[in-house]
Design a protein around this ligand. Structure first.
Ligand code: FES
Length: 351
C-alpha cells in the first residue's frame, strides 16, 4: 500500500523537522536552511503496515531462537565422526556443518531483525540540538566565587596567619627531601672526565706486547696502540681508565707534518693521539699510511694525523686530542703530561 491509498483524514499535517519554515531566503542565501521536511514511511501512517513489519521482525527473532536451539541440539545429537556430502563442498563433518549453519542463521536473523526494526518501526525523524554556550552563566560564576570565599573564610586561612605561614613553609620545604635524595645517585664526577692516567714521565706501553716502547719500535707507516705504564688489564678500573687513556702512535716523516704544534709535541715524527673518536667515542682502528688518515669504523669520521688530527670527513666535530711525548734517559717513549683537553665525544669536552 502506498501513501496515495491512505484516506486524506489519516495523513498527518505537513511540517518540517521543527515545525518551522526554512530560514534561507533571497536576502540571505547562506542562512541555515534547517533540516529537510520529514517524509513519513508507510509504517508511520498505516497501522496495518506497521503490524506487518512487527510480525516480520518477530519472525526473524524467532528463527534466530530456533537456530540457537538447533545449534545446541546438533552439538548434543550429532556424532563428531559423522560426515555428510554437501554440494559443492563434498564430504565434510556433519557436526561442523550443523553447528556452522545454525550459528550463522541465528546471528544473521538477530542482525536482520534489528535492521528491519530500525528501518521500519523506530522513529526516523531527524532532530538537531542547539549547541549550548560553553561559558558558565554569570550567576554560576558568582556562586563559585562566593563558595570559594566562604571556604577560605571557614578555613580561617586569612585570620590564622601563623597557620597559613607555617603551612606555606612546610609546603615549600617538602620538595627539598627529593632533592637531597638525588645525592644517592653517586658522587659527582668532578674533573674525572677531564683527566686520564697519562702524566709526566709515564711510559708508553704497547698494548699487544705489554712492553714499553722505544722510538725504534715504531716504524714509519705503522699504527701502534698504547696504554699508560702501570695500567694493567686485571686492575678493577681498567676498562674505565683505558676508555679515556687509549692512545694510538704513528710515525710520519717530520717533513710531512703540516701542523707546527703537532711537530713540537712529537718525537722524531712519532705522534700520539687519543684513540677515542670525538664523535660518540668508538675506538679508532684504521690507518692509511699513504694519506696519514685515521678512520673511525663506526660512522666513518676521518682524521688527518699529519695535520693536527683535524676532521676531514664524517660527523666528528673536533680534532683528536694529542698527547705530548718525548724520550726518557733510558730511551723509552714517555708522556710529557696529560692531554690538554678532554678526550672522546665532543659533547662533554665543552661542559
Ligand atoms: S664514533 Fe667515530 S665516527 Fe661516530
Amino acid at each position: 500500500m502506498s501513501s496515495q491509498d491512505i484516506p486524506e483524514e489519516n495523513l498527518p499535517a505537513e511540517q518540517d523537522a521543527h515545525g518551522e519554515a526554512s530560514v534561507a531566503d533571497d536576502k540571505d542565501p547562506f542562512a541555515d536552511p534547517g533540516l529537510p521536511p520529514h517524509e513519513h514511511r508507510i509504517q508511520d501512517i498505516d497501522e496495518r503496515a506497521a503490524k506487518r513489519s512487527e510480525r516480520a521482525v518477530a519472525f526473524l527473532f524467532t528463527v534466530s531462537m530456533l537456530a540457537t536451539v538447533g545449534f545446541i541440539a546438533s552439538y548434543v545429537a550429532i556424532d563428531a565422526d559423522k560426515s555428510v556430502y554437501i554440494f559443492p563442498l563434498g564430504h565434510i563433518s556433519a557436526l561442523n556443518f550443523a553447528l556452522g549453519m545454525t550459528l550463522g542463521v541465528s546471528l544473521f536473523c538477530i542482525g536482520a531483525g534489528a535492521v528491519h526494526w530500525a528501518r521500519t518501526l523506530m522513529s526516523d525523524e531527524e532532530v538537531a540540538e542547539e549547541r549550548h554556550a560553553v561559558q558558565s552563566p554569570p550567576e554560576v560564576k558568582a556562586k563559585v566565587l562566593a563558595d570559594f570565599a566562604d571556604g577560605a573564610r571557614e578555613s580561617a586561612i586569612g585570620r590564622r596567619k601563623l597557620v597559613r605561614n607555617t603551612m606555606f613553609g612546610a609546603l615549600a620545604l617538602f620538595p627539598l627531601s627529593g632533592v637531597i635524595l638525588l645525592r644517592d645517585l653517586g658522587p659527582l664526577p668532578g674533573t674525572k672526565l677531564r683527566h686520564t692516567r697519562w702524566s709526566k714521565g709515564k711510559l708508553l706501553v704497547n698494548m699487544n706486547t705489554n712492553e714499553p716502547l722505544r722510538p725504534s719500535d715504531v716504524a714509519v707507516g705503522s699504527l701502534t696502540f698504547c696504554k699508560p705504564e702501570g695500567l694493567e688489564e686485571h686492575d678493577h678500573d681498567f676498562q674505565v681508565e683505558i676508555a679515556k687513556a687509549a692512545l694510538m702512535i704513528v710515525r710520519i716523516q717530520p717533513d710531512n707534518i703540516k701542523d707546527k704544534r703537532e711537530l713540537e709535541w712529537s718525537h722524531e715524527g712519532i705522534v700520539a693521539y687519543s684513540k677515542i673518536c670525538t664523535h660518540v667515542g668508538c675506538p679508532i682502528s684504521l690507518y692509511e699510511q699513504q694519506t696519514h688518515h685515521a678512520l673511525c669504523p663506526c660512522h666513518q669520521s676521518t682524521f688527518d694525523l699529519s695535520d693536527g688530527a683535524r676532521v676531514i670527513f664524517g660527523p666528528a666535530g673536533h680534532a683528536l686530542p694529542q698527547l705530548r711525548i718525548g724520550v726518557n734517559d733510558e730511551g723509552y717513549l714517555e708522556a710529557l703530561g696529560d692531554f690538554d683537553e678532554p678526550v672522546g665525544p665532543a659533547f662533554w669536552e665543552r661542559g
